[in-house]
Write a protein that binds this ligand. Structure first.
Ligand code: NAP
Ligand code: ZN
Length: 349
């Protein structure tokens, strides 16, 4: 079937309306009419070919929410009308240790929601800036939030799980001091989730104007990272610092804020490398620099349920599909509070 979408034909071209083909649902497939799709900075990196290997035409979008409109003959977990989500993963090998442990995000055969090889036309996956998607049921998430919150749930499918997973892995909770660097789509969810998990939360920002807003998101303290005195006040005190920044920068400024055995965990994925950290800042206090990528399907469901129980959603700005190029420009200026979400109804003819 042919559906309307928004995508780009080359890395230096704006996104524009185009049409893509979705497969008919197979026995284990769920067909979803997409209601909303969040706009992740990864979409921008990928569609502008800032990372290697973008396949064009490229339709980004991996923060997908909507309603089931058809199911395959062997689908048991979902029925037409269900509110569901799809994040960054639409397939994996299902057999390796990572898949068997529910960590499909680390499977070597993971198929991302866009720009990954697939037998479907045109040969690579196409994402959620589109009217409809067809996904194997294993990778479909159940949404238990009220429908009125659906648009603000969309960013949980990437920004939510990408911050929840490392917060859980590094045991953010009562008695732990957690920093979140960069108050964008990921960072604002990191602040909300670390606060909800019971940690003491400090937000780091380059934008003085975000100071008050960060407190409202749940930060106990806010540091403007260009201010050396404010930074020094937190020396050697953090158990975990989650770094969401989308551009290369000095990591040592954050490493020295970790206490013994603390971890600086990078989730931001800038197109060019950070300057190497000073080894002495690692060995002196047995500190580590680590990374983390999205999260597994079971953990994503756990995060969605955790958020539904506590009424946690993203702070969003709803846009029409034809506003996406302006939205990218504003995202690069840090001018979004804190996630753009596309109203996919605006893709209709
Ligand atoms: P975003 O909404 O643009 O937020 C990034 C934030 O980083 C900005 O709001 C800004 O916060 C800060 N920042 C940006 N440029 C900076 C600079 N030059 N120096 C210092 N701070 C800067 O982006 P996002 O959607 O949250 O994504 C963030 C990064 O995570 C992207 O690289 C994305 O590709 C990556 N990502 C990784 C995963 C994963 O699995 N690891 C998943 C999703 C996204 P302040 O104004 O507060 O300083
Ligand atoms: Zn993302």
């Amino acid at each position: 079937m042919t559906v309307n979408a928004y995508g780009a034909h080359a890395g230096d071209q704006p996104l524009e309306p185009l049409q893509i083909i979705r497969r008919e649902p197979g026995a284990h497939d769920v067909q979803i009419d997409i209601a909303f799709c969040g706009v992740c900075h990864s979409d921008l990196h990928q569609v502008r070919a800032e990372w290697e290997g973008t396949l064009f035409p490229c339709v980004p979008g991996h923060e997908i929410v909507g309603r089931v409109s058809a199911i395959g003959a062997h689908v048991n977990g979902f029925k037409a009308g269900d509110l569901v989500g799809v994040g960054c993963i639409v397939d994996s090998c299902k057999r390796c240790d990572d898949c068997l442990e529910g960590l499909e995000n680390y499977c070597d055969g993971m198929v991302g929601t866009y720009n990954f090889p697939t037998p479907d036309a045109p040969g690579w996956t196409q994402g959620g800036y589109s009217q409809r998607i067809v996904v194997h049921e294993r990778y479909v998430l159940r949404i238990r939030h009220p429908e009125a919150q659906l648009a603000a749930v969309a960013p949980l499918l990437c920004a939510g799980i990408t911050t929840y997973s490392p917060l859980r892995h590094w045991n953010a909770g009562p008695g732990k001091k957690v920093g979140v660097v960069g108050i964008g789509g990921l960072g604002h969810m990191g602040i909300k989730l670390a606060h909800a998990l019971g940690a003491q939360v400090v937000a780091f920002t380059t934008s003085d104007a975000k100071r008050e807003a960060a407190r409202q998101l749940g930060a106990d303290d806010v540091v403007v990272s260009r201010n050396a005195e404010e930074m020094a006040a937190h020396a050697k005190s953090f158990d975990l610092i989650l770094n969401t920044v989308a551009a290369p920068h000095d990591l040592d400024a954050f490493l020295v804020l970790l206490k013994r055995d603390g971890a600086l965990t990078l989730v931001g994925a800038p197109a060019s490398p950070h300057p190497s950290p000073n080894v002495f800042n690692l060995i002196m206090k047995r500190r580590s620099v680590a990374g983390s990528m999205i999260g597994g399907i079971a953990e994503t469901q756990e995060m969605l349920d955790f958020c539904a129980e506590r009424g946690i959603v993203a702070d969003i700005e709803l846009i029409r599909a034809d506003e996406i190029n302006d939205a990218y420009a504003r995202m690069l200026e840090g001018d979004v509070k804190y996630r753009f979400v596309i109203d996919n109804a605006t893709l209709a003819d």
